[in-house]
Design a protein around this ligand. Structure first.
Ligand code: GDP
Length: 322
């Protein structure tokens, strides 16, 4: 629950009066808590490791939840190429142990427990059609996508068994809490630092990748709607609009007053991935028509909000490291 989505979800659930329990990898306020983690006042944190089914199972048992949101795992596609086995374990296999523990609790108590899996557009890999929808074939091209695909199938298996288990197929979603290992924050923090004279050059990988970037708080709202739906189903969550990494760079540098971004951005091939889908764009027809969900933030506003935030963090000496 310490990641971007977990923190927004916790805030939303607390504001609705839920008691919120969150899994954290380290004790809250521990000095080694990773950069990019956000703790929310009012959440009851439990320290546990997703790769240890016994730990996760006993936390679920002690909490006796009504709703379970699984937002955990290795969330960076880039990192999944460095740590493919850990990714399979924490973003894939651990979901089965969480589903099984939830199923067992439900059997024991006789009370429905709803389960939401944060699934991913990476399921579709190098999709043959754009935009992708819930019927697009699953064919991942990264260790991250393969682990998420396994978890996605496991959710359907437990749904078939009679559990309310649903997947939100999330496209990239950003916010002021996005860690700088993701390209959007790296670009906005980099542009702010270059404009302030604190950085000379920004190194990036594949500028031609095209992604559908949404606003994380909107996506958290979508996850809640999916879990509150009359029936457990999978939904694509996206904006339906895509832009290239280069478009993002241009917009971010323009926002800090630098038109000639090519003079300060260099391409470093070592940051490119062994395979990287050319374009990902989601079709939100199903979630719009069935759950009335719509994104609230367009691309230009998202870039502007992230840049403004990084400029003010820089002034307060709190810029993220990348
Ligand atoms: P992901 O889609 O979850 O992997 O989110 P990222 O923000 O890490 O990457 C989005 C896209 O940006 C991918 O196509 C990357 O290959 C591309 N990209 C280009 N340069 C960079 C970079 O320097 N860092 C990262 N993280 N991604 C980059």
């Amino acid at each position: 629950m310490t990641g971007q989505d977990g923190s927004y979800l916790a805030e939303s659930l607390l504001s609705q009066g839920w008691a919120v329990h969150g899994l954290a990898r380290h004790a809250p306020a521990h000095p080694h808590i990773n950069e990019g983690e956000t703790l929310v006042e009012g959440v009851q944190y439990h320290v546990g490791d997703l790769s240890r089914p016994d730990e996760v199972g006993s936390i679920l048992k002690s909490v006796q939840p009504d709703l379970v949101f699984n937002l955990g795992g290795i969330s960076s596609v880039y990192q999944s190429w460095q740590q493919p086995y850990e990714t399979a374990l924490v973003s894939g296999a651990s979901v089965v142990s969480m589903l099984e523990a939830t199923w067992q609790l439900q059997q024991e108590s006789g009370k429905e427990i709803r389960f939401l899996q944060a699934s991913s557009a990476e399921l579709f890999g190098e999709a043959k059609s754009t935009p992708q929808n819930e019927m697009t074939p699953i064919s991942p091209v990264s260790p991250y996508g393969a682990a998420k695909a396994f978890a996605h199938h496991a959710v359907s298996v437990y749904r078939g068994r009679g559990m309310f288990a649903a997947s939100a197929i999330l496209y990239n979603h950003e916010s002021l809490r996005r860690p700088a290992k993701f390209v959007t924050r790296k670009i906005t923090a980099g542009a702010a630092a270059i404009a302030a004279g604190k950085l000379d050059k920004l190194s990036l990988g594949n500028l031609s990748a095209v992604r559908d970037w949404g606003w994380a708080p909107d996506f958290v709202d979508a996850m809640e709607r999916i879990l509150n739906a009359p029936e457990a189903m999978d939904f694509v969550v996206a904006t339906g609009v895509s832009h290239s990494v280069q478009d993002f760079v241009e917009a971010a540098f323009a926002a800090v007053g630098i038109e000639d971004w090519r003079a300060v951005v260099e391409v470093d091939d070592s940051l490119a991935r062994p395979s990287d889908a050319a374009e990902m764009r989601g079709d939100i027809t199903k979630i719009s028509s069935e759950l009335g969900w719509q994104p609230s933030m367009d691309f230009e506003s998202l870039v502007a909000a992230m840049v403004r935030n990084d400029q003010s963090l820089l002034q307060d000496d709190q810029a993220p490291q990348f």
